[in-house]
Ligand binder design. Structure first.
Ligand SMILES: NC(=O)C1=CN([C@@H]2O[C@H](COP(=O)(O)OP(=O)(O)OC[C@H]3O[C@@H](n4cnc5c(N)ncnc54)[C@H](OP(=O)(O)O)[C@@H]3O)[C@@H](O)[C@H]2O)C=CC1
Ligand SMILES: O=C(O)CCC(=O)C(=O)O
Length: 417
């Protein structure tokens, strides 16, 4: 079975069939710029010590400092973090952000930790990677199982180590610590803007369009709410403990309340369904918003949705691409569809550096405008080159990196720096 990273490289290969970029750049993008593996020691509340594995990868910094989230999950590993950092590189490029790509993580199940243990782990991780990150080199942010509170502890730990107030080193912080308004909702908001832009282009109505959302955390919850409020019929949602289905449409606000009070969507009113069944449900729009590779060569043929909004990073394994395309399934690719989060992270970084904070409407307007523009540019390119949207997004990202490399003149000097 190919590694996650091999699968990600296949998307570059697909784009390179349509454009020519220098071999130097293609080779450079075949592996990360720098990858750090650290031990993260945690003293538990009962006195035990556990040493977890932590990672931070700077994939590429051609367009600016590396940028990308930090994941706490038992399955985190070096291949996954590198792949996520690679996707961040493509995402920042396609969005026209002045960032390269990075990602980090700790192989831990945070649900097994007390709040005090989670804080010590977050601070210990920053102790180990502090020399590797910085507001001009590599800027972390939230991802799966991390949130503003975790970012707050991490930013505070960096401040203690640096002996300097450096809020721009981490984004997704609590607003009281220099976080941007609108960052918490940004990933779901951005995905919804991408879908709405395409629906307009297809001259399709939200009203009655059925939606299934896998993953009911930060990104999935917000997307489901926006969809329901706009008239889509959200018929299924799920989290790690299973899914919920109602053919007449779920009450998304009620499910959200129950999820947040009782920990699982399955506690709410409705039929239960498995995560595997949700992915192949007969809906118009499927929005995977949890983890990688939920659609693979094994189940791609059974996907019944006409449109997939990739809110998660890498929910479709590359070996499933051909089947989905042949079956007429339109994929709104992750490097565009989930870019709302990093876009508002960029806004946060700008605000931190200027110490000049924007109101919520300004953030929302600027996010919408960037998401709509990027979506139109990718859709136009897909039409021009007669390619699918993912390939068009990669083409645009690769061209941007190639042009920046050529402008610096360093492509001739790769290997001599
Ligand atoms: N946060 C951000 O800003 C961004 C996130 N993303 C991507 O979006 C995805 C979701 O991230 P985010 O919402 O932040 O993460 P959260 O941790 O907030 O939520 C993740 C959700 O996925 C669910 N989940 C975990 N494992 C499974 C599984 N095996 N089957 C079904 N559901 C599962 C979780 O269930 P439970 O609630 O039971 O734990 C939770 O509801 C990730 O791929 C992430 O990389 C992309 C761009 C930005
Ligand atoms: O906000 C950020 O900097 C990055 C968010 C992230 O990890 C992602 O887009 O996958």
């Amino acid at each position: 079975m190919p590694s996650l990273f091999d699968g990600a490289s296949a998307r570059i290969e697909a784009a390179l069939e349509h454009i020519e970029i220098s071999q130097d750049v293609a080779q450079r993008l075949a592996q990360p710029d720098a990858a750090l593996k650290v031990s993260v020691p945690l003293r538990h509340d009962d006195g035990r010590l556990t040493v977890f594995s932590g990672y931070r990868v700077r994939y590429d910094s051609t367009l600016g400092p590396a940028k990308g989230g930090i994941r706490f999950h038992p399955d985190v590993n070096a291949d996954e973090v590198s792949t996520l950092a690679f996707w961040m590189t493509m995402k920042c490029a396609v969005m026209g952000l002045p960032f390269g790509g990075g990602k980090g993580g700790v192989a831990v199940d945070p649900k097994q930790l007390s709040p005090a243990e989670l804080e010590r782990l977050s601070r210990a991780y920053i102790d180990q990677i502090a020399d590797f990150i910085g507001p001009d080199s590599d800027i972390p942010a939230p991802d799966v199982n991390t949130n503003p509170r975790v970012m707050g502890w991490m930013a505070d730990q960096y401040r203690i180590i640096a002996r300097a107030h450096t809020p721009a080193v981490i984004t997704g912080k609590p607003v009281e610590m220099g976080g941007s308004l609108g960052r918490t909702t940004a990933t779901g908001d951005g995905a919804f803007h991408v879908l709405s832009t395409m629906m307009q282009r297809w001259e399709r109505d939200a009203e009655g369009t059925t939606v299934a959302v896998q993953g009911f955390g930060n990104a999935g919850q917000r997307f489901a709410k926006l969809a329901a409020d706009a008239g889509y019929k959200v018929v299924a949602v799920s989290d790690s403990s299973g899914g919920l289905y109602n053919a007449d449409g779920l009450d998304v606000d009620a499910v959200t309340r129950i999820k947040n009070e009782q920990g699982s969507v399955s506690e709410a009113e409705g039929e239960t369904l498995s995560n595997a069944d949700l992915v192949t449900l007969d809906v118009d729009v499927l929005a995977p918003a949890a983890l990688e590779s939920v659609i693979t060569a094994d189940n791609a043929d059974e996907v019944a949705a006409g449109v997939i909004v990739e809110i998660a990073n890498g929910p479709i394994a590359s070996e499933a691409d051909r089947t989905l395309i042949d079956n007429g399934v339109v994929v709104l690719p992750d490097i565009l569809a989930n870019a709302g989060g990093v876009t508002v992270s960029y806004f946060e970084w700008v605000q931190n550096r200027q110490a000049w904070y924007w109101d919520a409407d300004t953030v929302a307007e600027r996010l919408e405008s960037r998401m709509v523009d990027a979506t139109r540019a990718v859709a136009d390119r897909a039409e021009e080159d007669d390619v699918d949207l993912r390939t068009a997004a990669y083409i645009r990202a690769l061209e941007k990196i190639e042009k920046a490399t050529a402008a610096t003149g360093t492509s001739e000097f790769f290997g001599r720096r």
